[in-house]
Design a protein around this ligand. Structure first.
Ligand SMILES: NC(=O)c1ccc[n+]([C@@H]2O[C@H](COP(=O)([O-])OP(=O)(O)OC[C@H]3O[C@@H](n4cnc5c(N)ncnc54)[C@H](OP(=O)(O)O)[C@@H]3O)[C@@H](O)[C@H]2O)c1
Length: 211
């Protein structure tokens, strides 16, 4: 399977490494896809790894990942070309973090979410919110192997596929919290994750559901 990743920051690179290491062909994208930073990422990740523009990555992938700042999500989708998302699973990792108040808050929340905005902008894509509640170092080969990833989305088959990938990346499994409106609450967990990290001075922490 081919995977197109929109975004080449720490998240795009971490998930790109995860896919490439599991045998998927991956194209990570940027507005400057042949920068020194990305040439180095390709060199480290071998023959399954490549880079391109947002539009090239979106056309390349059978499965797509959105990993830009929440504020840039819609711009990145427009650069990628909306029809490149039709019929595809889109893993949405974005967060609506807003630090303007001095500590972590949200620029959209409780009655709306980035996940819903992205699904509304791309009605023919199957958006699954995933990976947004954990730090980039824990997305692949996590330290806490007994925790489950929180996901949501409207399409059951898409969530099943993403769940398989999450398990392949080393997670115990997923907890599916329902339709894409669940993104309101997955995104709302993240300011809390930042506050806990700041308080404990750890950044590889994850929330685990005990039962
Ligand atoms: N960092 C984490 O541990 C973590 C964990 C969970 C979720 N998240 C969420 O995942 C997303 C990605 O995180 P990150 O830390 O990897 O982000 P990042 O480093 O800030 O993202 C950089 C990527 O976004 C693109 N971008 C930035 N502004 C843009 C704009 N105006 N138009 C088009 N593209 C733009 C950049 O493109 P260029 O390459 O062209 O500059 C680059 O590819 C965020 O929404 C974040 O909240 C992060």
């Amino acid at each position: 399977m081919k995977v197109g990743i929109l975004g080449s920051g720490v998240v795009g690179q971490a998930l790109g490494r995860g896919f490439a290491s599991r045998g998927y062909s991956v194209k990570v994208s940027s507005r400057t896809p042949y920068s020194q930073k990305l040439k180095e990422w390709v060199r480290k990740n071998g023959k399954n790894a490549s880079t391109g523009t947002f539009a090239e990555a979106a056309a390349f992938g059978d499965l797509l990942v959105l990993a830009t700042p929440g504020t840039a999500a819609e711009v990145a989708i427009d650069l990628a070309g909306r029809n490149n998302f039709d019929g595809k699973v889109l893993i949405d990792v974005t967060n609506a973090l807003d630090f303007r108040g001095g500590s972590a808050g949200l620029f959209v929340g409780t009655t709306d979410s980035l996940g819903e905005r992205i699904q509304n902008k791309l009605p023919k894509a199957k958006v699954v919110k995933c990976f947004n509640t954990v730090g980039n170092t824990q997305m692949v080969d996590p330290k806490h192997k007994d925790a489950e990833m929180l996901i949501c989305g409207n399409d059951d088959a898409a969530k099943k596929e993403v769940s398989r990938i999450v398990t392949e990346f080393g997670w115990k499994g997923v907890i599916d919290v329902g339709g894409i409106d669940g993104a309101r609450w997955l995104e709302a967990l993240v300011p809390l994750w930042v506050r806990v990290g700041t308080k404990l001075n750890v950044w590889d922490h994850v929330f685990k559901v005990l039962r």
